[in-house]
Unconditional design. Structure first.
Length: 479
């Protein structure tokens, strides 16, 4: 898959500074806090230096979204491709977006290593923190991709999620230190010997990192290499609520689990797939005929309750990738809590199971009032409860969820006012931080087109009724 990029979007002042800073660096780590638009800065920096051979390495769930980001932020007509599977072509015109996992395919890694890249962008660069991992060696090793690129820019809001020692491999490869890994740990980490009991009942001793030391020295070492801004530092540049789109790739749906009539043998799976396809065809037809605006939303709003099979199927196609994104962000402590909205009960249940490590609470239509209040209170007060998942209609009014400043629409209502009401559960009195609302869409589908329009209409509805909302940039920014 390739996409030409022809559109550009105005950046915030701090992003203009970041893009200029990157463009002057051979090696750099852009470590802005999540939600500040690191990809926008990296892409703009590519434009500044007129890079024509660009390789983006990223988690699998982000590779298609990078294509969309180039379309949004680049001022040039670039053709960027995606390496989609082990059998995918690595041919390209201006650049490629490839997942770290696919580097383990020798055909792909060999092809990428044969190119002299103008820029190598390492998105979520902490994926390379393990010194002995195969993908780290392919990228950062003696003959790795970093040595095939004129410039290498790392992008991560959490470059060392666990301890300072995770910075060694980058510091060493980029010439910031000559210390061995063990010496680096000894210099910048507090290491203790601890006893660990094996499954067989034996006791072995291992080194455990218990803290950090010589922090000021390490800061000085990496200072020329790193740029990091927090939201509170650039707050004057940010509107109080940002709306943006994120695309994800489709996953297979388990019909035997999510369609009981199929599991019971009442309806053949082929018949269910046909019903879904017919409903989706109706949505596709409207999306092709209606204009990208009020006409489309009006038509879909009248249709949404009549195409539930198709809508639920699309929602279930999105949940695996979305859950992976959220899990990675929560594990990296990119934010404390998140509110997720969906339309269908099955989508909420699937998300709850996939995010179970973060103690999610849910709110459906028909939830017992006492349970409803307990779940809301738990999310607001319990630091271990980091995810709230609610039905847009049931959780979209009369509740407060200001413990979070991150919102994700896994599914959205086709009536923009419903989405705006839901977002206001987080963006309301008591909220002290800018709120980011992401509309997740299925890549290369009508859902992607619909979510773009819904995001824009929801934003406009919010601005209409919220007198305190500052003027917002038309295309807000997403990592």
């Amino acid at each position: 898959m390739t996409q030409d990029t022809t559109q550009s979007t105005t950046l915030f002042p701090y992003q203009i500074y970041g893009a200029n800073w990157l463009s002057e660096k051979r090696y750099a780590l852009l470590a802005d806090e999540m939600g500040l638009g690191k990809s926008a800065q990296a892409i703009t920096a590519c434009d500044h230096i007129q890079a024509l051979k660009i390789l983006v390495l990223c988690p699998a769930v982000a590779r298609v979204n990078w294509i969309r980001e180039f379309a949004k932020f680049s001022t040039r007509k670039l053709s960027i491709g995606v390496v989609e599977s082990g059998a995918a072509t690595t041919n390209f015109i201006n650049g490629l977006s490839c997942s770290y996992d696919l580097l383990l395919n020798k055909k792909i890694s060999s092809a990428l290593l044969s190119v002299s890249w103008d820029v190598l962008i390492l998105d979520e660069s902490h994926y390379l923190k393990a010194t002995d991992a195969a993908r780290s060696k392919i990228v950062l090793g003696t003959d790795g991709l970093v040595h095939k690129a004129r410039r290498t820019w790392l992008v991560s809001g959490t470059p060392a999620p666990n301890h300072n020692g995770e910075l060694w491999i980058m510091c060493y490869v980029f010439g910031l230190t000559k210390l061995s890994y063990e010496s680096f740990l000894e210099r910048y980490c507090i290491v203790e010997r601890v006893a660990v009991r094996t499954p067989g009942g034996h006791c072995i001793w291992r080194d455990a990192i218990k803290g950090s030391k010589n922090i000021d020295e390490l800061k000085a070492l990496i200072a020329p290499f790193i740029l990091r801004r927090r939201k509170d530092q650039v707050l004057k540049d940010l509107p109080p609520i940002l709306y943006t789109n994120v695309v994800v790739e489709a996953a297979e749906v388990d019909f035997m689990r999510w369609y009981p009539e199929v599991a019971a043998g009442v309806t053949p799976e082929a018949k269910m797939r046909q019903d879904i396809a017919e409903q989706q065809a109706a949505v596709d037809s409207i999306a092709k005929v209606a204009q990208m605006g009020t006409d489309l939303i009006t038509a879909l709003g009248a249709l949404q309750d009549r195409v539930q099979k198709s809508r639920r199927y699309v929602g279930l196609q999105k949940t695996p990738a979305i859950a992976e994104i959220i899990k990675a962000e929560l594990a990296a402590k990119a934010y404390d809590k998140i509110v997720l909205f969906a339309w269908h009960r099955d989508v909420i249940v699937d998300l709850q199971e996939r995010l179970k490590d973060f103690k999610p609470v849910t709110l459906f239509g028909g939830t017992d009032p006492d349970r409803r209040d307990k779940n809301i209170k738990k999310f607001q007060k319990d630091p271990k409860c980091r995810v709230f998942i609610g039905n847009i209609r049931a959780a979209g009014i009369a509740i407060t969820l200001t413990a979070a400043h991150e919102v994700g629409f896994v599914e959205s209502s086709w009536v923009p006012a419903d989405n705006a009401q839901a977002a206001m559960r987080v963006h309301r009195i008591g909220q002290t931080k800018p709120v980011r609302c992401r509309f997740f869409a299925l890549a290369n589908s009508t859902d992607e087109k619909v979510q773009q329009v819904l995001k824009r209409k929801t934003r406009d509805t919010t601005r209409l009724f919220d007198e305190d909302t500052k003027k917002e940039v038309i295309n807000p920014f997403e990592d």
